[in-house]
Write a protein that binds this ligand. Structure first.
Ligand code: SGN
Ligand code: CA
Length: 544
């Protein structure tokens, strides 16, 4: 045995032992559990029935919570894709790992948790969407989508070169995952497997079967669909993610460009710079296209007949239904495929000592505040789904309301596997919560910082502190505005009370706490400026 491996295992044993004695549970942790980390892209917690069955049933994802724990207050540190992934992999906030937005290159000198698993003798693999410009470090085997990836007949990057595979992306990523589990891995070693869906990312292309099934459904509207952003700051008013004003007819709602041409005048005018649905759809072969055509025909016929006589309220409602039909259809495929993996774990007996995590890279607006997309610290994009199963450790049907973050995933998984957690990781292990040891958990506020501006959707740069009671936010760069939300009295975040004198003491206290978090996590105004300056040099930093 290599010396470093010996010491890692020795250390692992010591950490495992000390952890067991710290927690209330008297049972020692199972040794060297396997890990399946499942993450989808832009999957809102509102679209998981374990959270709410208002929109969709997700019986398979729900199984993870039924046999494990549902976190009701999980959130991200920066609600956007590649930065969230960098936070998860490094256990460090964006300002320290350097991947502040989707465009910045990922600094591969960062230590990522798969590397630590690999060094500790785990077999590691990654299938699906990573969204970095570079290949993953610390994984023995991988098939990853380049960048955002494609829904239909996608290209994959593999250790031996690129390959295009015919099929639907969610099914394919699962096929590769199952093939690895069944046929490729070395069964003598424990594994850490990352199973990462592209769905339900925009532009929402379901499989033909789900497209048909969901196109017939109607969904309840959120209360705030017609939000006019009164009593909010400039950022909410200037963001470009309103369904009526910014969602594209072709790219998003699947209106053929020729339909729009025939109609002559379609309002409101929305820049459809992607040249219609021909992006993803253009990859389909003739047989695949034929399967989509009947539903596309009926959507287009309806639009042609009714759009110009609808008022703005009706247009918003129609766009919302079209959006939900496609978005939720994509999720239904994710749920079916998660079921395939869970079934295999059971059939093979692997379920007994495999930690299963289900999460998303961030939350998403499903029409709340009239929006789609994410980025804001406001609840629907700040929060993210988190469900975890570890039989014999997590009690079935557990629920936890603590403010946990994607920052915590790396330390949690490392500690669960008995691998030393690097001291510069900023997250906290969730192990005490998993073992129902609330006393060992003291966090009562989290820190958030979003950077990608000016950019698509135009959400201004902001940072803030969130407690269970309040959310204090500072928007900066081309504004200098503060917002405060009373989360208990105003859970839908419709009223900024920052200037309300009755909240003056709360503002003062929260500002002190926010400064404290910025010091604790090593963020600062000078780092803000550093990233603003770097942003100006961005094209030169991107290695093509
Ligand atoms: C694309 C999408 C945006 C989305 C970003 C980032 N537009 O640019 O709506 O916000 O990705 O998403 S699209 O027309 O190309 O679909 S992220 O999840 O990768 O951060
Ligand atoms: Ca995402």
């Amino acid at each position: 045995m290599k010396l470093h491996l010996f010491f890692t295992i020795l250390l692992a044993g010591l950490i495992g032992a000390s952890c067991a004695s710290r927690t209330e549970s008297s049972k020692p942790l199972p040794e060297r559990p396997n890990i399946i980390f499942i993450m989808s892209d832009d999957h809102a917690y509102q679209a998981i029935s374990a959270y709410s069955d208002r929109l969709i049933q997700t019986p398979n994802i729900d199984r993870i919570a039924k046999e494990g724990m549902l976190f009701t207050n999980a959130c991200v540190t920066n609600s956007i894709c590649a930065p969230s992934r960098a936070v998860i992999l490094t256990g460090k906030h964006s300002h320290l790992n350097g991947k502040i937005d989707n465009e910045f290159p990922f600094d591969t000198t960062n230590v990522t948790f798969p590397q630590l698993f690999q060094q500790a003798g785990y077999q590691t693999a990654m299938f699906g969407k990573l969204h970095f410009g570079n290949n993953p470090k610390g994984v023995d085997d991988f098939m990853i989508l380049p960048g955002q990836g494609e829904y239909i007949n996608p290209k994959f990057i593999t250790p031996t070169g690129d390959t295009v595979v015919i099929g639907y992306v969610t099914d394919l990523i699962t096929d590769f995952t199952l093939d690895w589990l069944k046929n490729k891995r070395n069964t003598d070693q424990p594994f850490m497997l990352m199973y990462l869906h592209k769905a339900p990312h925009r532009s929402w292309w379901p499989s033909p079967e789900k497209f048909e099934e969901f196109s017939k459904k109607q969904f309840p509207e959120p209360e705030t669909l017609f939000d006019t952003y009164e009593n909010r700051g400039t950022a909410a008013k200037t963001a470009e993610m309103n369904l009526l004003r910014h969602m594209m007819y072709s790219h998003d709602s699947k209106i053929r460009p020729e339909t729009i041409e025939q109609m002559g005048n379609v309002t409101p005018v929305v820049a459809d710079f992607r040249n219609g649905y021909y992006g993803p759809y253009g990859r389909a072969n003739e047989a695949q296209k034929a399967a989509y055509e009947p539903v596309l025909d009926s959507i287009n016929n309806f639009f042609k007949q009714h759009w110009n006589s609808m008022n703005d309220t009706e247009k918003m409602q129609w766009k919302y239904q079209r959006y939900m039909q496609d978005y939720l259809a994509c999720i239904s495929s994710v749920d079916d495929n998660v079921g395939r993996v869970l079934d295999y774990l059971e059939e093979s007996g692997l379920d007994e000592n495999t930690i299963v995590v289900y999460t998303s890279d961030q939350g998403f607006y499903l029409g709340e505040h009239g929006w789609f997309d994410k980025r804001f610290i406001y609840d629907e994009s700040f929060k993210t789904p988190l469900l975890m199963r570890w039989k014999n450790v997590i009690a079935p049907n557990s629920r936890n309301d603590e403010m946990v973050q994607n920052l915590d995933f790396a330390p949690t998984l490392l500690q669960a596997a008995g691998i030393a957690v690097p001291t510069d990781m900023q997250g906290e292990s969730l192990l005490p919560l998993l073992r129902n040891d609330q006393k060992s958990w003291s966090r009562n506020a989290v820190y958030y910082h979003y950077y990608e501006y000016p950019a698509v959707h135009q959400v201004k740069r902001h940072y803030g502190i969130v407690t269970k009671e309040y959310k204090l936010v500072h928007f900066y760069y081309d504004v200098d505005e503060w917002e405060l939300y009373d989360r208990l009295k105003d859970p839908k975040e419709m009223k900024n009370v920052y200037h309300d004198p009755s909240y003056a003491t709360i503002v003062k206290d929260l500002k002190i706490k926010l400064d404290g978090l910025r010091v604790q996590y090593k963020d600062s105004d000078s780092l803000n400026q550093h990233y603003i300056d770097l942003y100006k040099k961005l094209p030169a930093l991107i290695v093509k």
